[in-house]
Design a protein around this ligand. Structure first.
Ligand SMILES: *Cc1c(COP(=O)(O)O)cnc(C)c1O
Length: 377
């Protein structure tokens, strides 16, 4: 019996060849492949502009800077998210204000955002948690009249849809991740997309030390034109090595999403009759890529979440605790927050089952059998 991991990236000889070609070209830093990856990603996500970054975390930082979030501002974020969502506002001197989430989607709602607004609210970071599309229109109905910027954290969302379009297309600015735990990977990597041309241009400068002439442009001329540093920037660049891999991965995205949705459907059907067990599902307004297929261990299950995890581990199945709650981490100890009952319940009762492209029917069957036998105990 072999270990079933919670996630495994799908990489093949095409990625190897693409990386080798970049190495042979002699130009491995940010250059033509990054530009090509940005263009291809923008097309796939129906975004006007795409700016590659070193991670989703750095893309979120850039997003808040170009959105004009400043020290003293409040930014509404779900606590029920990877810690980077809450950290981004702190990078610009703003305060993350934790809002609760909906129990079925794990996402912010118009109601939970409204409850977290203060006179200082400047932005909301709406997450497509685990790939489940957030109901952005409902949140914008609250934020637009107040002039509050909506940033979408679509780290997990590549391949998910909202009202017939890719997620992220309806936000002021969206950040994406290419960490191996997400649908497509460049090792580490991220992207910022936005409909605002001036925001994209500023993000492009800021990721490269706010340099007036890009390194690629300097390389292209024998006598490099003099550059200026227009403001205090960062080094948040992606490399051409990463982008070459990303271009191949982007081509695989439709197949990856289709296979993940198939696996999720098999789990859903096979576990539907287990009392006390609830599985994440598509909301009415869109489709999930099932980046995280989570199940909630309810009271009727006969074992709690940690018992279920331990039982799966005995069968050499590496499931994971569900999404974390940032407000419970030492990094945010002592920070005041609203009551977050749904966040706390979900973070205590959910776990993520293995889903990866290469997963076999036999492996799916093993996971299902282990969950069912834990429930019977
Ligand atoms: C993974 C993740 C991030 C961070 O992405 P990196 O590319 O690793 O920086 C941010 N937000 C959410 C919701 C995530 O799941």
């Amino acid at each position: 019996m072999s270990r079933i991991n919670v996630m495994r990236p799908w990489l093949g000889p095409e990625e190897v060849a693409a990386a080798a070609e970049v190495i042979e070209s002699g130009w491995v830093a940010q250059g033509p492949r990054v530009a090509a990856f940005e263009q291809a990603f923008a097309e796939v996500q129906q975004a006007a502009h795409a700016v590659a970054a070193s991670s989703c975390t750095t893309a979120l930082h850039l997003a808040l800077v170009v959105a004009g979030v400043r020290p003293g501002d409040d930014v509404v974020v779900p606590s029920f998210s990877f810690i980077a969502t809450a950290n981004a506002p702190t990078y610009v001197g703003a305060r993350p204000v934790f809002a609760d989430v909906d129990p079925t989607t794990g996402n912010l709602t118009a109601e939970t955002v409204t409850a977290a607004l203060t006179p200082a609210t400047r932005a909301v970071i709406a997450v497509d948690q685990g790939g489940v599309p957030v109901d952005l229109d409902a949140i914008r109905a609250v934020t637009d009249p107040r002039g509050i910027v909506v940033v979408e954290d679509a780290a997990c969302g590549a391949g998910s849809t909202y009202r017939g379009r890719p997620v992220g297309a309806g936000a002021d600015v969206t950040a994406w991740s290419f960490h191996p735990r997400k649908l497509i990977t460049t090792g580490e990597g991220g992207m910022l997309t936005t409909p605002h041309e001036d925001w994209a241009a500023r993000a492009r400068m800021l990721r490269e030390h706010a340099m007036s002439v890009s390194a690629a442009a300097r390389h292209a001329s024998v006598l490099a034109p003099p550059e200026e540093y227009t403001e205090i920037g960062f080094n948040y660049r992606m490399t051409d090595l990463q982008a070459a891999v990303g271009l191949v991965q982007l081509g695989r995205l439709p197949a990856i999403v289709a296979r993940r949705r198939e696996i999720a459907a098999e789990y859903t059907e096979a576990l539907a009759d287990v009392p006390g067990l609830r599985a994440v599902a598509d909301p009415t307004w869109g489709t999930s890529n099932f980046q995280s297929f989570w199940i909630e261990a309810g009271a009727e299950l006969g074992t709690d979440r940690d018992g279920l995890l331990a039982h799966l581990a005995e069968a050499d199945i590496s499931a994971r605790r569900g999404i974390m709650a940032a407000h419970r981490q030492p990094a945010y100890a002592g920070a005041e927050h609203l009551p977050l009952p749904v966040t706390e319940r979900l973070t205590d009762t959910t776990l993520i089952l293995p889903v990866f492209h290469q997963m076999t029917g036999e492996e799916i069957g093993r996971v299902v059998a282990a969950v069912r036998s834990a429930a019977r105990r």
